[in-house]
Design a protein around this ligand. Structure first.
Ligand code: ZN
Length: 472
């Protein structure tokens, strides 16, 4: 039976709850009006969760409207609905007997959009949810970035220091100009007879100057906020979600073009109202949201093919740890001293096993880079290790060098070699090996020309594509 989670999204108007699979499928959903009394909100959430709970549910994630301190699992403040000071997490954990995770509601939506929506495949993204207010969230290196505690409150980016009062205690926050509430105010102040944003768009497209001015008053401050986000965070993309996200994206596209240094790529969210509950569910599966899969990058190549250099560059780019066969084996060679080739090979096999047992013990959501000459063992051995370590996704970087280049490099490094590594007599064998060696082919493979400095933009783009694919 596959593991499931319950995701809850507490909104100002509705509380949504859903049974969510590890792949982000919304299997069963409930929605109820949000009571105004926070105490009743808690009771309502408990009742909805009990309705969805079943044996294979591993945890519960809740998206909270307001600022959340995730390390202390506490709600710090809220706008329209303030759940601050409520002992939500402990009480639910006790009554449900399962792990409870809380996050800001927009962070939960971003988790979903990064896993299966508009931001899929991107490592750095920001999101704004435009509804009654404006929510914000930011992700860095594929996970929600919290700063000290509550980074990403983009609704409170100030766009006019003496503007309207905001719930946060300041003036002129973008929420006071570009939220749904603000849009209604712009419509009223302009004396426009429009019941919805669709009406405003239609009037504007028919040449109505007032309707165009309303759209501009609503989105020009948002444009400023988005450019500020680009200037400070430089995310690859900014996703606009919430009830008015796609409308805001459409209105922004109609603003006059400017050419600032900072021009973010803006995309409408694709998961609609489901983003909050799906992200809340996914957030419970592992500490690294957005990816509940275990993944490995095999950096493969014959000795002296430049594997370690490539693995190190990739690690610097991604933050993924490198498990290197020589890194494990060499300390043994140092302590043991001179060993024959057969014993060296035995140490290699043991080191290989150590690498895979470390990966087997690692939690879902982990990604490792393995630096090894995988061809020293048969493909069937590698396949068995991958299966046993419960690895979901494998990408192979094949370090391609002509035999003479590998032989020459190996020769030049001989003076630094550790006891136990073969000497100059190995070079002809290595040259022949390099010329005939091939990738293991246990997953998609990319050939990297190792006669020159690798193009890491190409390498990381390819890996993102391989790891971004939806699992079968
Ligand atoms: Zn504010």
């Amino acid at each position: 039976m596959s593991e499931l989670a319950i995701g809850v999204d507490i909104g100002g108007t509705n509380i949504r709850a859903a049974l969510v699979s590890k792949r982000g499928e919304n299997l069963k959903k409930l929605s109820e009006r949000t009571p105004t009394d926070p105490r009743q909100v808690f009771e309502r959430v408990k009742a909805m969760v009990n309705q969805l709970d079943e044996a294979n549910v591993v945890g519960l994630g809740i998206g909270i409207p307001g600022r959340v301190d995730i390390s202390n699992r506490a709600v710090l403040s809220g706008g329209i609905l303030n759940l601050a000071g409520m002992d939500l997490v402990d009480q639910l954990e006790t009554s449900l007997g399962k792990r409870v995770v809380i996050e800001n509601d927009c962070s939960m939506a971003l988790i979903a959009e990064m896993s299966i929506g508009a931001a899929k495949g991107f490592q750095s993204a920001a999101m704004l949810t435009i509804g009654t207010g404006i929510g914000g969230a930011v992700a860095q290196d594929g996970r929600i970035y919290h700063g000290h505690r509550t980074a990403g409150q983009f609704g409170h980016i100030c766009v006019q220091h003496d503007g309207p009062e905001c719930t946060c205690g300041r003036r002129g926050c973008v929420e006071t100009f570009s939220s749904g509430t603000a849009l209604r105010r712009h419509i009223q102040e302009a004396g426009l007879s429009a019941a919805s944003i669709a009406d405003v768009f239609e009037m504007a497209s028919n040449g109505d100057v007032t309707a165009r001015a309303v759209l501009r008053a609503w989105t020009a401050p948002l444009r400023v906020a988005l450019d500020n986000i680009a200037a400070t965070m430089d995310p690859e993309i900014i996703v606009l979600g919430g009830g008015l996200g796609s409308d805001a994206a459409r209105a922004l596209a109609d603003l006059p073009a400017v050419a600032p240094w900072f021009r973010p790529t803006i995309l409408p969210a694709t998961l609609g109202d489901d983003a909050g509950v799906i992200g809340a569910g996914l957030s419970t599966f592992s500490g690294t949201f957005g990816c509940t899969e275990k993944r490995v990058v095999l950096v493969n190549g014959v000795p002296a093919s430049g594997k370690s250099h490539l693995a190190k560059l990739l690690s610097q780019r991604t933050g993924w740890p490198v498990l290197s066969l020589d890194g494990i084996k060499n300390p043994f060679l140092q302590h043991i001293g001179g060993v024959d080739r057969e014993f060296n090979r035995t140490l290699g096999k043991a080191s290989y096993q150590a690498i895979w047992s470390a990966i087997r013990e690692a939690p879902a959501g982990s990604t490792f880079i393995i630096d090894a000459w995988f061809g020293f063992q048969p493909k069937t051995v590698l396949e068995a290790y991958i299966k046993d370590a419960r690895v979901d996704r494998v990408a192979e970087l094949w370090c391609k060098v002509p035999g003479v280049v590998a032989g020459d490099r190996y020769g030049r490094r001989l003076k630094d070699r550790l006891p136990g590594h073969p000497g100059a007599e190995y070079i002809p064998e290595l040259v022949a090996l390099a010329d005939r060696a091939e990738p293991m082919g246990c997953g998609p493979s990319m050939s990297v020309d190792q006669t020159k400095e690798p193009d890491m933009d190409d390498v990381t783009a390819w890996i993102s594509k391989v790891f971004g694919q939806t699992s079968k």
